[in-house]
Design a protein around this ligand. Sequence first.
Ligand code: OOG
Ligand code: NI
Length: 462
Amino acid sequence: MNQTNFISPDLIRQRFSKAMSDMYREEVPLYGALMELVEQTNRHLLDSDQQILQQLTSTGEIERLDLERHGAIRVGTAEELATLARLFAVMGMQPVGYYDLTPAGVPVHSTAFRAVHEASLQVSPFRVFTSLLRLELIEDPALRAFAQSTLNQRSIFTQTALSLIQRAEAQGGLNEQDADAFVEQALETFRWHHSATVTAEQYQQLSTQHRLVADVVAFKGPHINHLTPRTLDIDIVQAQMPAHGITPKAVIEGPPRRQCPILLRQTSFKALDEPIAFTDQSKACGSHSARFGEIEQRGAALTPKGRALYDRLLNAARDELKDFPNEANAARYNALMTQHFGEFPDTWEGMRQQDLAYFRYFVTDKGLAASDLKNAPLEDLLSGGYLRVEPLVYEDFLPVSAAGIFQSNLGDAAQTRYGEHSNQQAFEQALGRSTIDELGLYAQSQQRSIEQCYAALGRLAP
Ligand code: OOG
Ligand code: NI
């Protein structure tokens, strides 16, 4: 096989992300409504705010904005997770980060499959938040055994998808025709099923253990449960959602509104109950709610120091609130967040000087025109206007936010307590490989951009 015939994994991912969005839009009309609202808001902001327009144009983010979305799925077994890792690898997606959701009462741990290099992210930043159900946390041994055997009987991949994964691994890629077939077949894994694999009573038992257990165990596959477009102003969209027939959750997860956005802010809306036929029913007389909508605004990736500060301020605000944020305490939560985050510098230069965020470095026109920069240190090149920076966008997720999204959509008023059960080792064993540390990826991107600047200035990087 001639390697030049291979389609790049980045393009396969781009096509897959589009196919997934089309499928979801058709199945969940509210997602279409949300997409339109986000597109309108983004367009309006780009028309009216020169600074945002300039920033997104210079980083190239403007080209990926309309393509940008993440999805989420939940799987039940190690084998499912390991095969998913291989499926995502065909599209250039690697498992980045480890998220433990048990402290928030959700019996899963997770990773995010995504592209890791800035050039690949530019072609398609599509990410999938992927959770593995932790069956060992089901206390009732009979129910645990039932869940396990039900999961063991299902096969969430089509035969053709499995052989195309194998072919991609053996050949080192897929040609045009195989890539198209792969996208079509891979999509099947994420499709919604109107019939369950268990009886109504079994569903009820699983659901009583935890809504999430029923969502994973009672169905043929890991249906995509949301797709999230990226907005440039989440507060505007949140405020406009009700007028479009969409009711958002009480608070926006993540940092408060700032001049210089950091990390990730997210809000979601609860999906409607959908009709389901259980195995002891001929028609869909039951119901299940799993699919919801979410939007997000992405800001700068933080360094370990910046992230530690974020975590400290978030915890301080939450400790002072003394409860999970909800409808009743939303105003106080927002006030506490704003108050505590007053401590986090809110200028790019302040964050850069204090080593709180990662940046991408660019040579300015002045830098390109200059010929006498032989030995100037980086700081002098910046202050002299020969280089400039833009923040590196945060490509990952936040565990506390993810827990809030899970909770609001499970409608789980009663908090389940699992205690501290972080187990990255078990997760990676199930995955069949280790997860990648996201902080290292940002540091590498930043370093590459510095090296490119030095190359453009005709010098070696220090
Ligand atoms: C995933 C929830 C987390 C996010 O954006 O943080 C999430 C799920 O409900 O499966 O999507
Ligand atoms: Ni999400």
